[in-house]
Design a protein around this ligand. Structure first.
Ligand SMILES: C[S@@+](CC[C@H](N)C(=O)[O-])C[C@H]1O[C@@H](n2cnc3c(N)ncnc32)[C@H](O)[C@@H]1O
Length: 410
């Protein structure tokens, strides 16, 4: 498949572009509705993406061999199912992919979507997508492939659906087999920058009052006497005796369970928690979500938030074990690296998405985080494209070789 032409729909900052170009592809068209993404794309690839794809006629898009698209997942009309003749994809962005496929009939299409697409609408969404692509003349696997960068040692947990399509007259998509028992150990150290390399490091440091708040929660997690560290969320306002006038049955079962668990924890550690709460409540940050802790770093004899990674989420301070990061997300909940007492930098986000070191992120930081949070992992696109082109069998060692692109571009 060299050289070949590809188009990059819903292009974002070009995760597909990076991978396809590395495989010998030339981008002939890109589109994204977001003006900031278009600027970043142009700054990196010298191509000015078009805007809203729903407004672009298929005949205005140049001929191409590969269509790439990480498209937003939307529900399909139920009317089509009932009536049996209406196009079920109408009114969705997947419909726009279909009309371009129908007009240009490229040899291949590689699509990416959120994991939820596999189970969305009780499997109906996947069924519609599968059947439509099949009807358009493409060979694809009967089930969506769900894959995450951490399966190949990139320290980010980000399960996404990959859909590989081969035009039926060219061949048949090969089965994809992956042994999840062979997932390598990940380490966040692989992608961290040395603090001395980070310009304006102070912009990434967490504020001192937040440090004090984490110290408080650290004291809590290190001093409670428990047989197992709590796997349920710790809600400080519920670390108290039960109020007999409160009717717990007004709450859903899960909430009742957590209230009772918090109460048990309190009863078993009454003296320590009473004293701790008194001091914690003097910290001006100790309210709302910051007065809640979600310990998701497993069982350890020496729990210490500063040795883990954590995020400030609307549901509480979520602590995760320091092997891999939770998925980067477009909304700003940038992970904090405990051992460095700072947020992830945009360069580290680029590495988590296997973008090369010469990639120029948006100069506006919130935009840069958002764009990496929306992007597709470059190494995984490369791998699935190779599988789709039939160039390489899906063997694990190939994946590992593709592990982290930036290492090659340093
Ligand atoms: C999940 S992101 C894809 C990111 C991309 N694969 C990357 O590597 O950066 C989906 C993108 O679709 C874009 N989008 C949403 N609606 C669109 C439309 N009607 N036309 C073009 N782009 C659209 C969004 O702005 C967003 O950048």
């Amino acid at each position: 498949m060299k050289p070949f032409k590809f188009i990059d729909l819903f292009c974002g900052i070009g995760g597909f572009h990076q991978a396809m170009e590395a495989l010998g592809g030339k981008c002939v068209f890109a589109s994204d509705i977001d003006a900031d993404c278009r600027k970043t794309y142009e700054a990196n690839y010298g191509i000015q993406p078009a805007g809203d794809i729903t407004k672009i006629a298929a005949e205005d898009i140049p001929a191409h061999d590969v269509l790439c698209a990480g498209f937003p997942c939307q529900a399909f009309s139920k009317a089509g199912k009932r009536l049996g003749f209406e196009d079920e994809t109408k009114g969705t962005l997947f419909f726009d992919i279909c009309r371009i496929l129908e007009y240009h009939k490229p040899k291949y299409a590689l699509l990416e979507n959120v994991r939820n697409l596999a189970s969305h609408d009780k499997g109906n969404t996947w069924r519609v997508i599968h059947d439509k692509l099949d009807e358009l003349g493409y060979s694809l696997l009967p089930e969506p492939v769900i894959f995450s960068p951490h399966y190949i040692g990139v320290p980010q947990h980000r399960e996404r659906v990959y859909i590989m399509c081969v035009r039926k007259d060219i061949g048949k998509i090969k089965p994809f087999v992956f042994d999840k028992n062979k997932i390598p150990a990940c380490s966040i150290e692989d992608i961290l920058q040395d603090d001395s390399e980070i310009p304006n490091i102070k912009d990434y440091r967490i504020p001192e009052d937040l440090e004090r708040l984490i110290d408080l929660w650290n004291e809590f997690i290190q001093n409670i006497k428990v047989s197992k560290l709590p796997g349920f969320p710790i809600w400080s306002e519920r670390l108290c005796d039960l109020d007999s006038s409160e009717d717990l049955s007004q709450y859903p079962d899960w909430k009742q369970k957590f209230i009772l668990k918090n109460n048990e924890l309190f009863v078993e550690n009454r003296e320590f928690i009473t004293d701790w709460l008194q001091r914690a409540r003097q910290n001006p940050l100790f309210f709302g979500a910051k007065a809640k802790l979600e310990w998701q770093a497993g069982q350890t004899k020496d729990p210490n938030i500063w040795n883990q990674i954590f995020q400030l989420r609307p549901s509480g301070i979520r602590v995760k074990v320091n092997t891999y990061f939770p998925a980067l997300v477009a909304i700003v909940q940038t992970s904090i690296v405990g051992s460095r007492r700072r947020f992830l930098t945009p360069r580290e986000c680029a590495r988590l998405q296997s973008f090369p070191e010469n990639f120029k992120p948006d100069v506006k930081q919130p935009q840069a985080y958002k764009q990496f949070g929306n992007a597709v992992n470059v190494s995984l696109v490369k791998f699935f494209a190779q599988h789709m082109f039939g160039e390489k069998p899906a063997i694990y060692s190939d994946l590992i070789k593709n592990k982290i692109n930036y290492e090659n571009s340093r």
